[in-house]
Design a protein around this ligand. Structure first.
Ligand code: FAD
Length: 467
């Protein structure tokens, strides 16, 4: 038998045999399962998901579903192909034993695996005071049930909605309120909406956009407490400047938390920012050593990216979940020389206040911004972000057709400011500070520390920080 025939035989055997378990039955989990079967994996495939539903799509939840255009239960993800799998829906994974290679479920069952994919994504951060969070009318939005509940409230014409946090989802919720003619107050601790994702220059434009659409936008302020009536329904939000806003619906849009708790004690590099893995989706153990049988994809993964100085990127974007899952699943059923890297340029879109906002690259990686096309006044423009003389990201407002041009420049490590596209150039093309929040401000993010002195004892450990 020739060497080529032997390798082909090995690959065939690898694909035909073994048990693959996927934990997380959503976008990344489904696309990974489809890829595994598409690449010829014929072994046993088990998909574990704690939600009772078949995989559904989340982006419409804060858009078409809230507006009442699409019922929450009509968001099922289209299937790219048949997936022959044992679906265990409505049951959470609660533990992982990497020595015996078993996933422990909440109902006590243990599911053995040869290769495991972690695709448990993120969940919404709840309002921190549990009594206030339990008031009727206080919402978060991550699942289709969340969206259905909030849509019902919106359909009953609330007197005012308070949105806490003006990131993408909070801003989309506020936009839907205005479309439905519901009075809305947005309270944002930062200096402007979208400031963490796109910086203060674009944040300022987003702030004007919100106010022009009738949003009562309060920046640089927090909500200190929520108060309810005797029936346990929320009635007002008390702000950090002493003012009070009457409202009968509150949406806490405070960002997300990675679903990694079930991995405690597994020895994987799982922490605040997700599960560390290489660019091929292979999970790292807590010491930063790559594992052979555990893989990660989607919102819960964080991997080094060649274009961003090999920093670990944690991305909560739809495209990242799809392409990351496809690459990782490919690597799960192929031999090492055929591994693929997940080198997708990060990108996202958002629709709010009639504007289609799109971005490519990693804007917070940049410290400067320059408007390159269109007109800020017309809210139809492109802008590029730069760092140390090279372009690292771009954002467009109603100018998405140009994003590809910037994506190619970013991929080639093009110069900043970028060469003019030759079309629709604004009068002022001077770069300016992008105004991202100060990264030196201490956070509550846990640190990884090294413990032990002798080489045999020396290991890494996560330590929560308290500030
Ligand atoms: C309201 C909303 C709007 C969005 N809009 C956009 C947008 O416009 N553009 C964009 O690019 N992205 C958007 N996103 C983000 C996008 O939806 C996510 O990037 C994508 O869903 C990630 O897919 P995932 O499979 O990695 O994770 P998830 O979709 O979070 O799925 C993880 C699944 O695992 C389950 N799970 C968690 N823990 C366990 C456990 N222990 N055992 C079993 N199952 C578990 C979860 O319940 C969930 O079903 C939006 C997200 C939301 C919530």
């Amino acid at each position: 038998m020739t060497l080529r025939a032997t390798v082909a035989e090995l690959v065939r055997e690898f694909r035909a045999s073994g048990r693959i378990v996927i934990v997380g039955a959503s976008l990344a989990g489904l696309r990974a399962a489809e890829t595994l079967r598409g690449e010829g994996f014929t072994g046993s495939l088990t998909i574990i998901g704690d939600e009772p539903y078949e995989p559904y799509d989340r982006p419409p939840l804060s858009k078409q579903v809230l507006k009442g255009w699409v019922p929450a239960d009509h968001t099922k993800l289209p299937r790219m192909r048949e997936v022959d799998a044992d679906w265990r829906l409505g049951v959470a994974a609660v533990g992982l034993d990497r020595v015996t290679k078993r996933v422990r479920l909440a109902d006590g069952e243990e599911v053995p695996y040869d290769r495991l994919l972690i695709a448990t994504g993120t969940r919404a951060r709840q309002w921190p005071n549990p009594d206030e969070a339990a008031l009727e009318g206080v919402h978060t939005i991550r699942s289709r049930d969340d969206a259905a509940r909030l849509q019902k409230e919106f359909s009953e014409s609330p007197s005012r909605v308070v949105v806490i946090g003006a990131g993408f989802i909070g801003s989309e919720v506020a936009s839907v309120c205005r479309e439905l003619d519901i009075p809305v107050t947005v309270v944002e601790r930062g200096s402007a909406p979208l400031v963490g994702a796109l910086g203060g220059v674009i944040g300022g434009i987003a702030a004007r956009l919100q106010r022009d659409h009738g949003v009562d936008l309060r920046c640089g302020l927090g909500v200190s407490s929520l108060e309810g009536d005797s029936g346990g329904h929320v009635r007002r939000a008390c702000l950090s400047d002493g003012t009070v806003v009457d409202a009968d619906v509150v949406v806490a849009s405070l960002g997300s938390i990675r679903n990694v708790e079930w991995l405690e004690g597994s020895g994987l590099a799982a922490g605040f920012w997700g599960v560390g893995c290489d660019a091929g989706g292979r999970a790292f153990d807590i010491n930063g050593v790559v594992t052979d049988s555990v893989f990660v994809a989607g919102d819960v993964a964080r991997a080094p990216h060649v274009l961003y100085e090999y920093q670990f990127l944690a991305m909560e974007h739809w495209d990242n979940a799809v392409f990351g899952a496809e690459v990782t699943a490919h690597n799960m059923v192929n031999l090492e020389p055929h591994y693929r890297p997940h080198l997708l340029l990060p990108g996202f879109w958002s629709g709010q206040f009639g504007v289609n906002i799109k971005s490519v690259g990693v804007p917070p990686f940049g410290d400067e911004i320059v408007f390159t096309q269109g007109s800020v006044e017309d809210r139809r423009f492109a802008a590029a972000y730069g760092r140390r003389g090279r372009i690292v990201a771009a954002v467009t407002f109603d100018h998405g057709k140009w994003l590809e041009y910037y994506a190619r420049l970013i991929e080639r490590s093009g110069p900043f400011p970028p060469p003019p596209s030759g079309w629709d150039q604004p009068a002022d093309t001077e770069p300016m500070p992008a105004e991202f929040p100060d990264p030196r401000v201490p956070t509550a993010i846990p640190d990884v520390v090294l413990t032990g002195h002798a080489p045999s004892e020396r290991t890494a450990e996560f330590r929560p920080r308290r500030h």
